[in-house]
Design a protein around this ligand. Sequence first.
Ligand code: BV8
Ligand code: ZN
Length: 260
Amino acid sequence: MQIPEKLIATITGSRRILVVTGAGMSAESGVPTFRDAQTGMWEKYDPAELATPEAFRKNPTLVWQWYQWRRHKVAEALPNPGHRALADWERASDKPGLHSVADTQQDAWFQLVTQNVDGLHQQAGSRNVIELHGNLLEARCFSDCHEATAIAASGGDEPPPRCPHCDDWMRPNVVWFGEALPQAALEIASHAAAHCDVFLSIGTSSLVYPAAALAETALRHGAAVIEVNTRETPLSEHATWSLRGPAGEALPTLVAALTR
Ligand code: BV8
Ligand code: ZN
């Protein structure tokens, strides 16, 4: 894939870099995106119907099984060259990450924010990842009585485990539709979008809010916005550059050009 020289020069000359990734980032690792037809028994369910507190209340075992199926997919998945390129770039940039809203005022930083819940960025070596929608590999009490704990993918068709503290159901530690995002994560990401020089949107349909509003904030504040996606999205026509192709190819080419 050809990367415009002007794009490379823009990133090279920038000091505050924000990268936001979506499910397309993990597609080449074999993790199905929300939009892809779910396979097997899950074909007849609409993910947006299952990823809600109402669905879990109505049928905790069904929703838990869907997440177990996804956990298995993630357990079998490996980071792809796109994940690894972002980890290499974070290391090579020698810029600090963001740990608070105040950090966004620093002169230079590099921050990765993901909508994904599969932990593949961390597995690829990215050190400072902000997870806007939680993490599939953790579970927490449905009544929120205790902090989340790691959960192993298990087979079978058992119902969700019970909370050891209050006996309510355990639920996946992800943000469902209709639920608020983790406040600190969203605040840092929103401030970063308002202060970055360059915003990269990688493998996201830019349909789900408030995550999709980050690119709009960056555009409004004059950042150069670069999209990498195999298809057109509502962001494509507004982006400074919209690179059409797989993240697993575009990112290694981009990072090689930036770190040559
Ligand atoms: C909230 C975790 C309020 C769970 C997820 C009407 C208008 C505006 C908003 C709304 C509305 N109606 C309802 C809402 C709110 C709703 C929303 O935005 N709905 C959308 C559908 C309209 N948002 C919410 O409910 C959020 N909460 O608003 O709360 C509130 C506030 C205060 C107090 C109480 C409540 C919560 C949203 C988070 C939901 N959880 N994930 C789980 O994973 O199970 S969202 C989930 O879907 C993903 O995380 C992702 O963000 C999103 C979309 O999934 P996908 O489409 O699969 O992935 P993605 O979008 O990334 O698309 C894949 C892309 O990759 C495609 O573009 C494809 O072309 C591309 N691609 C594919 N292969 C590749 C590739 N690109 C590059 N390389 C490749 N190889
Ligand atoms: Zn509990």
